[in-house]
Ligand binder design. Structure first.
Ligand code: 5GP
Length: 232
């Protein structure tokens, strides 16, 4: 796993940067579908395309769903420090290429990262402002059904994914938000609300509105008053 936390990208402080929006959750919970719907509905969001060493599934497109790498290629990119974060998941390497995400964040675009809990925690360490959203299934039974229905896994990987689901859910406590994927529309609208709500958070809205030319007397600085007396 990348522990290169000191390497936090330098964002120009006079711009209002976007934030990484991490969506994690157990295999089969519907992370990819939620991401696709968000991208289809909202033009102001970007997405990261991960690199992986896992075999390409039928219907997946290289460079669209994932960048499919050999293990040698992946390890070489780790050495060159080209990943924002990376992790071993179900025995395969997965990682977020650094360049494209930094570029979008610098342009003020919020970027979706559909990554596992190890990756999510690494991203939060690099970007404390990142939004960590954990997608939960309505029940474990429904989750197992969804993974089996997908029909893309061998018995062996199915077992590993079931076993891993409980472990992943135990990490949900480290996330900022929980969303239950009962229905796609509801989950998409809750994730969107979290993203839009964060844009209005005082610290973030302040620099954004300033840049856009809004100017309210008394709001030049966000310094907190030291005591109650100073408020009156
Ligand atoms: P799948 O093989 O089903 O596409 O993904 C397996 C797991 O790997 C999922 O939990 C997914 O979120 C995670 N994953 C996908 N891309 C990345 C990545 O770039 N980094 C990390 N840490 N996990 C990833």
């Amino acid at each position: 796993m990348s522990n290169d936390f000191a390497n936090k990208s330098k964002m120009s402080s006079d711009l209002f940067p976007g934030v990484p929006v991490v969506i994690s959750g157990p295999s089969g919970v519907g992370k990819t579908t939620v991401k696709e719907q968000l991208l289809a509905r909202y033009q102001d969001l970007g997405a990261s395309i991960s690199a992986t060493t896992r075999p390409q599934r039928q219907g997946e497109v290289n460079g669209q769903d994932y960048y499919f790498y050999s293990t040698e290629q992946f390890k070489a990119d780790i050495e060159k420090d080209l990943f924002l974060e990376w992790a071993l998941v179900h025995g395969n390497y997965y990682g977020t290429p650094k360049g494209p995400i930094e570029e979008r964040l610098e342009k003020g675009i919020d970027v979706l990262l559909i990554i596992d809990i190890q990756g999510g925690i690494q991203v939060k360490n690099i970007f404390p402002e990142a939004l960590l959203i954990f997608l939960l299934p309505p029940s474990m039974g429904e989750l197992q059904q969804r993974i089996s229905d997908r029909g893309t896994e061998t018995i062996e990987t199915l077992r590993s994914r079931f076993a891993n689901a409980e472990h992943e859910i135990s990490y949900a406590r480290y996330y900022d938000f929980w969303v239950i994927n009962r229905s796609l529309d509801e989950a998409v609208s809750q994730v969107r609300s979290i993203i839009v709500g964060d844009r209005c958070r005082v610290g973030r809205a302040h620099s954004r509105f300033k840049q856009l030319g809004y100017d309210w007397p008394g709001l030049e600085s966000l310094e907190e008053p030291k005591s109650e007396k100073e408020i009156t």
